[in-house]
Write a protein that binds this ligand. Structure first.
Ligand code: PDD
Length: 278
């Protein structure tokens, strides 16, 4: 693969970052993942806007211009021949001798790579996912898309060992989100419900697009807190993310959700999202 690293295009074998990089030592870094279908960037404007918000939260200036950022995304897909897959972008605060205090004027490290992946051919869209609820254990600033993903990684790996597809984080009885996707339910009345935005969860770009599409499709959409119990008694549930679009959830802690099969609302929102973006 051809990697973008600090203004240069290099082969992945030559893409090296210092051991003193604060991304490595402090997880002092943010990232974005954008899907590519037929060479086209999906929901790019949303990802670029959230990148700016994450950088603001880290009090770091945008290291490349808006136009340049878009060109880099197009260029890296082209250079790596990505028709279908994803583009990963990470910006760290940069390199400094290890110190908890960082100066205001550091030179950020910017890395981009691609992953070829058949994002339109997801077997879980037919079978649905089995989720396991676990206590929320991440830090409290989850609206910032940081690379501080250890808790999510440990919990998802343990859930996999136990035969689940993913975890569902629960805090004070309320659902926050899954390890790397937002979680939504469909109520017995047919409304799509998703948690309202706060520091408790990542403000998913796909989440926002799906809420718009649900409303356009004439579905009621509610942004509010909901409990694990409400999720368990939902008619349908689904996850949204840049790499999985809309993926149905059919069981939670071993209990069937609705009929235990992929539901019509989830299926319809997936179809509408793909159609909208092709
Ligand atoms: N994850 N919540 C969390 C914790 C996430 O990590 C993600 C995305 C989402 C969905 O956000 P979006 O719709 O903007 O992708 C929600 C990416 C895909 C990842 O870490 O690979």
């Amino acid at each position: 693969r051809t990697i973008y690293l600090n203004g240069s295009w290099v082969d992945e074998a030559d893409a090296k970052v210092s051991v003193f990089d604060r991304g490595f030592l402090f997880a002092d870094a943010i990232y974005e993942v954008t899907a590519v279908i037929d060479g086209k960037l999906i929901d790019y404007a949303g990802h670029a806007a959230r990148l700016r918000r994450s950088l603001d939260a880290l009090r770091t200036a945008m290291p490349v211009s808006e136009d340049e950022l878009l060109e880099l995304h197009k260029d890296i897909a082209r250079r790596n021949g990505i028709k279908e897959g994803l583009i990963y972008l990470q910006i760290t605060r940069g390199v400094q001798d290890r110190d908890f205090v960082f100066p205001p004027d550091m030179q950020p490290t910017v890395v981009m790579f691609t992953q070829q992946k058949r994002v339109l051919d997801n077997p879980k869209w037919k079978t649905g996912l089995a989720l396991q609820s676990v206590a929320e254990g991440r830090w409290s600033q989850r609206q910032i898309k940081t690379v501080q993903l250890l808790y999510s990684s440990l919990m998802k790996t343990e859930a996999h060992r136990q035969g689940y597809d993913d975890v569902l984080f629960v805090e004070d009885g309320y659902v926050t989100e899954a390890s790397s996707a937002n979680f939504h339910i469909v109520t017995p009345e047919g409304a799509v419900v998703t948690r309202d935005l706060s520091n408790a969860l990542l403000h998913g770009i796909t989440r926002g697009s799906i809420l718009d599409l649900a409303q356009k499709a004439g579905l009621a959409a509610e942004e509010r807190l909901f409990t694990l119990d409400e999720a368990k008694s939902a008619t349908e549930a689904f996850l949204t993310s840049a790499t999985s679009f809309v993926t149905p959830v059919v069981s939670l802690d071993g209990n069937r959700i609705g009929t235990g099969e992929v539901g019509p609302v989830s299926r319809r929102l997936l179809d509408v999202y793909i159609r909208e973006n092709l």
